[in-house]
Design a protein around this ligand. Structure first.
Ligand code: PLP
Length: 413
């Protein structure tokens, strides 16, 4: 059986997917699928997502082929849709959780706790106690106060010392200003762990989410190696785990990142006996797998300018524009297929503004976008909407992001 057929079988039986309808899509079948959803929902004009589990399967294969020595722990924060978590688990991924609720979400899919890294360097006491009670025994830290909490509430937990990457990877969302021990803090932190009889099993870092300078992995891996060497000098047990964090984007950027990582591993960790290398990719698995369909609920014509209101926006899925510094794009549904309708081919386009549904003027999704003349009730489709979108949306003004339905499909790669 080929890996696609194997993945398909695993995905269809996965918790979070089992019991839900999964439409088999031919190549380029997404437009017809969205149209069939709209027809079935009859009068409902609520926005909806389509999650393409075939795309997730393709990404998993890509990961295994490109970075076979690095075990992915999917960062749940990026998008906690149960079907995404369940299918990743069924295809062998593990999980990075940052809170009690994220751990609960993963455990509810019957994933064993030893497949979770509690990768939040600053944890709430009650969440630590919960992790201890369910057997999540691997976490990160970067301060003495965190060590003290671990000593009190979860002393058997294995620890990864998170270091600050020397460069922030040209990231869309730099993480260095908030997390990671400085070079001069490494020895005092290891000493404090020793004194507290805690087990530091390795080092971790994150070069920033949406990274673009992949040479940053090299500097960060070098920094992690110094932690390993320092531990040996201090007479601590040999470290066995390197966590290279997230920051990956699918596409050619992933190949570039992988090349930089493999070269740095070759330099700093050649033939390291018993070393486990893990990572915490979020965006890589989630971004391209989700497509969002929104409905045009309002229109205003001002001369040559077209203004549209849609039923999702900055306080909902498009919060990624503010928080993830994302640029979103959209097309009318009728123009998303290769057999696009005549309204799209050669049609006149207008300078258009797209507003979200709330009463705040900040709720502006895009300006200066060229769109054909749309009418109220038309559908606008946003591709690549899986990363840091629904996960961080609110219920402001009564528009409930959490209520947006996700339909499942499996496209043939
Ligand atoms: N791990 C940690 C600790 C993070 O803070 C994040 C994102 O903020 C991730 C992993 C996921 O990063 P990405 O989506 O860039 O792969």
């Amino acid at each position: 059986m080929g890996s696609n057929a194997r993945n398909l079988q695993a995905v269809l039986g996965a918790p979070g997917v089992r019991g839900r309808r999964v439409a088999a899509l031919p190549k380029d079948g997404l437009t017809d699928f969205m149209q069939s959803i709209i027809m079935k929902r009859n009068e409902s004009k609520e926005p909806f997502y389509v999650l393409d589990l075939g795309a997730v399967s393709g990404l998993m294969d890509k990961w295994s082929r490109t970075l076979p020595m690095v075990r992915p722990f999917y960062a749940v924060k990026c998008n906690p849709e149960p079907a995404l978590l369940g299918s990743l688990a069924a295809m062998g991924a593990n999980f990075d959780c940052a809170s009690r609720a994220e751990i609960e979400a993963v455990l509810s899919l019957r994933v064993s706790p030893d497949r979770i890294v509690y990768a939040n360097p600053c944890k709430q006491e009650s969440h630590i106690k919960y992790a201890a009670s369910v057997g999540v025994n691997l976490t990160t830290f970067d301060s003495k106060d965190e060590l003290e909490k671990m000593r009190k509430w979860h002393p058997k937990c294995a620890l990864l010392l998170r270091v600050k990457a020397p460069e922030d990877g040209g990231a869309r969302c730099p993480l260095g200003p908030k997390y990671g021990a400085l070079p001069e803090e490494v020895i005092p932190l290891l000493q404090a762990a020793q004194a507290a009889r805690l087990s530091v099993v390795g080092a971790s870092f994150h070069i920033g989410s949406g990274a673009t300078h992949f040479s940053s992995y090299r500097g960060a891996i070098a920094e992690a190696k110094k932690v390993f060497e320092t531990a040996v000098k201090m007479g601590m047990p040999r470290m066995t785990m390197l966590n290279i964090g997230g920051g990956f984007t699918a596409g050619s950027q992933f190949d570039e990142a992988a090349t930089a990582i493999k070269s740095a591993l070759q330099t700093y960790f050649p033939n390291e006996p018993g070393l486990t290398i893990i990572s915490e990719p979020g965006r890589f698995f989630a971004e391209s797998a989700f497509t969002l369909a929104t409905n045009v609920i309002g229109r205003r014509v001002r001369g040559e300018l077209r203004e549209y209101w849609i039923n999702d926006g900055i306080y909902g899925s498009m919060n990624c524009i503010l928080y993830d510094h994302a640029t979103v794009t959209c097309k009318p549904l009728a123009c998303t297929s290769s057999r696009a309708n005549p309204m799209c081919k050669g049609a006149r386009v207008y300078n258009s503004t797209v507003f979200g549904p709330t009463c705040d003027a900040l709720d502006t999704v895009m300006t200066g976008h060229l769109l054909p003349d749309l009418q109220v009730s038309d559908w606008l489709v946003f591709p690549n909407m899986g990363a840091y979108t629904a996960a961080a949306g609110s219920s402001f003004n009564g528009f409930k992001t959490a209520a947006i339905l996700t339909y499942l499909a499996y496209s043939n790669p």
